[in-house]
Every structure is written in C-alpha cells, then in structure tokens.
Design a protein around this ligand. Structure first.
Ligand code: HSE
Length: 441
C-alpha cells in the first residue's frame, strides 16, 4: 500500500493557512481520489508563535525553509513564502537539487527564474507545479497542460488581477474614485503587499509571462511584456466607455502574430456584451483561443485563502497520483526562444480622450494630425458642459477646454502615438491625451 505523501510547508500566511485547513477538512478523501493520502510533516514560517487560522503546533518546526526543503522528513516542498528572490528562491533550488517535488504559488519567482528552475526540475526528475500562481482557483495551468494539449493556442488573455478588477468595477458601478476603492481592496486583503504590483500591472505581467510560455511553447520573457497599469484611468474614462458600449478592464494578452509574439498588459475597452465584460469584482477570467476548440472562457475566484489553497492541493495530489508534467507543459529543451512583436506594430481600435480648447480650427487640426498618419476615425464627439443644450449654446464658445472622445478604426500603435504627439505639439489640447486600446473579441 502506498505510503502517505509527506509535505513540508514553508509560509503559513493567508494561503499556507488555507492549505492546512483544506487538508484538515478533506484528508480522508485523498486516498480514494489520488491513491495516496497526504501528511503534513513539517512547517516553517517567519514567526512560530503568531496567531494563525490553522494550528501548527503538531508539526515539526524548521526555522530555516532551506533546511526544511532538503529534509528527509518530506517528499514535497510547498513554497508559500512569496518574493522573486531570497529565501523562496534559495529553498526551491535546494529542494529540487535534493530530489524533492515542489509546489509553489510564487508567480513573481517563476516569471523571473522559471526557465532555470524548470531545467533544475528536469535534471532531478521532479515536479515543479504552480497552478495557484495564476488566477487562484481557475485551472489555467492544467487546462493548457491537459485539456488543450492537442490544440495550437493562438491567443490567451484575461483578467488576472482581482485588485484591479475590483477597483475598476467599483468605480464603474458606484461612481467612486480610484484612491478610495484601492484602500478598500487593501483592507480586504486582495492587494499584494506592495499594491503598485497590482495597479501598475506587474502582477498581471508575471501571470501572463507564465501563460505565454505554456500556451505558445516559448521561453519565458517577462522583460518583453508591454506593461501599463490602471493608475491613469479616471471616472471620465469609465463613463465615456459606458456610453460607447464598453467596459474598461485591465487585461493581460498573449498573441501569436506574423511578426512574433505580442505580450501586453494594459487597460482595455471590451464590448459590454462579451463574457469578460461581465466579470466583476475580484473575479478573474482567462480565455484561450485554440485551433480545434475555438474560444474557451474560464471564470472564477482569482485570489483568497480558500481558492488558492484549492489549486495548491490539486498540484500536490497530482504528485500523489504520480503525474509529473513538464513544468511549462512542453519539455523544457523544446521551448523555443521568444520572438518579440514590437508594441508599435500592435493593431487595433483605440479610444482617445482629449481636452480641447473649443475654438475655430481645433477640430480641423486634430483631424489633420490623424489623417497624416493614415488613421481613420470611426466617431468623434465633443461634449458640451452639462448645462448646455446642443445647438443652443451662445456661439462662438469662450475657447475653454471641452472633452472630445474619439474612436479610431483599426490602426497601429505607432500611428496613434505619432498622431497624439503631433496633437499635443499643436497646442489645441489642455493636457496629455488619454488613450485606451480596444480589443476585438
Ligand atoms: N494581488 C493578486 C490579485 C492576488 O489582486 O489578484 C493573487 O495573485
């Protein structure tokens, strides 16, 4: 009869506590489901005596996670410390070298060092599993590794950061401002320790880097990702998007193009009638386009103790079942070098908001700057102050700045940037233009 799989858990915070609670609740079912039961043998954390959601007093204690990682007491090292360097990295390396399987939720570490760690896992013939690193409970990793293994994936995109989605949702639904809602997300514990990781788009970039590698079979390339966060999104943008039939979401997008792979993270306007537009609050959504499946949309909890613990334990149970998948769904030696499609070659529609001095010739100059770079406008609307009835205003206007919303037909990033530079230079706008990309779904 197979012995219980022995676990060493490093990091007993929100996720680690959730893992211990889950194992405690469901331990009696694991043998029937995975062929082996699980036994937590040892733990390590920064503070042994801190008050926690789970009782750790019955487990063997290690002060140093690196020592735990190589201990004879364990078969699987579960790293839930976090951080892209330091003890998380040292302990995972030590565990892999010692022939221990590793399960981690550490997206930052894998996005930076995943290739080297995957090679180490290969050399030592052990698993390096990380379902919990991308979108909490959503089985994005296993979907690529298992369900879509027979497809060519052409695009992967989604909402991968609950904090940003929560902020954008609250701004849209309640008309509240950015700072107030961010504070609320921090208080609720969704945001990363440093919230600039969330709102600056870096947390999404870490997750996207992993999905891109797995979806397209290329080496991980975090530095190739174009990253723009949600800090500059205002209520005016959200209201304008609503009027035009869109919602604004922070998306991570990985796309195969003729000129290479596009990886980008930025606020995006998505049509209101699409599934992703209805994904609100801290919920995440990952979508795959595959050549034999068309579109596959996965929606679920992207963060939090229980959803993340569910993914961690599913990775542990794969090891119990004897399933050791290639770390990135392709044999590491078969991953090809990353070929980057330049962001300026990105093609799509754009929403542009200008604050234009309302005087003769301003529109003509703006339209000319667009035409000069071959941009065709789908719509252009000047918004009058609320008190003014269209057509009944006293003409000419006093020249004060008024908002102008434009939607372009399909064009390139290079053309849009050039046109906006020219518009700013002409002096008909009060402030730097706002530009939000529109995704074709
Ligand atoms: N800070 C992340 C989020 C948590 O807001 O989605 C999970 O990575």
């Amino acid at each position: 009869m197979a012995e219980a799989l022995k676990l060493g858990i490093a990091g007993v915070g929100t996720v680690g506590g959730g893992v211990l609670q889950l194992i405690d609740k469901h331990w009696d079912k694991f043998k029937a489901r995975a062929g082996r039961s699980l036994e937590v043998c040892a733990v390590s954390a920064r503070d042994r005596h801190k008050k926690r959601s789970a009782d750790i007093s019955t487990y063997k204690w290690f002060d140093d996670p690196v020592v735990l990682a190589t201990s004879d007491d364990i078969d699987v090292y579960v790293e839930l410390i976090g951080g892209e360097e330091g003890v998380a990295k040292d302990s995972i390396e030590a565990a892999l070298k010692a022939g221990k399987h590793v399960v981690t939720a550490n997206k930052a570490l894998l996005a930076h060092h995943g290739m080297a760690l995957a090679r180490l896992a290969d050399e030592n013939d052990v698993a390096l599993n990380f379902e919990a690193a991308v979108a909490g409970a959503i089985p994005a990793i296993k979907t690529i590794q298992e369900s879509l293994i027979a497809n060519d994936i052409t695009r992967v995109y989604g909402i991968m950061n609950g904090t940003c989605n929560y902020i954008l949702t609250q701004m849209q639904k309640e008309g509240r401002n950015f700072d107030e809602v961010l504070q609320e997300a921090q208080d609720a514990g969704y945001a990363e320790a440093d919230p600039t990781f969330d709102i600056g788009g870096y947390d999404t970039a870490h997750k996207l880097a992993l999905l891109t590698t797995m979806a397209f079979g290329v080496e991980t390339s975090l530095e190739s990702i174009y990253v723009e966060g949600i800090e500059k999104i205002t209520l005016a943008d959200i209201e304008a998007a609503d009027e035009l039939g869109y919602r604004i979401k922070l998306l991570g997008v990985g796309l195969q193009t003729d000129s290479g792979i596009e990886q980008r993270v930025h606020p995006t306007m998505v049509p209101k009638n699409t599934p992703i537009a209805g994904v609100d609050g801290v919920t995440n959504c990952i979508t795959f386009d595959g050549d034999f499946i068309g579109e596959l949309v996965l929606i679920g909890a992207g963060a939090g103790a229980s959803p993340t613990a569910s993914s961690v334990v599913s990775d542990i149970l794969d090891i119990a079942k004897g399933i050791i998948p290639p770390t990135f769904a392709w044999r590491t030696e078969d991953l090809v070098p990353y070929k980057r499609a330049p962001m300026r070659a990105h093609e799509g529609g754009y929403y542009i908001r200008l604050s234009v001095y309302d005087r003769p010739g301003a529109f003509a100059a703006i339209a000319a700057s667009m035409a000069d770079v071959g941009i065709s406008l789908e719509s252009i609307v000047q918004r009058l102050p609320e008190s003014t009835m269209p057509g009944l205003d006293t003409l000419p206007h006093d020249g004060g700045p008024v908002p102008v919303d434009m939607i372009t037909h399909r064009t390139t990033e290079a053309a849009v940037r050039k046109a906006l530079q020219a518009i700013e230079k002409e002096g008909n706008v009060e402030e730097a233009p706002q530009m939000i990309r529109i995704i074709k779904l």
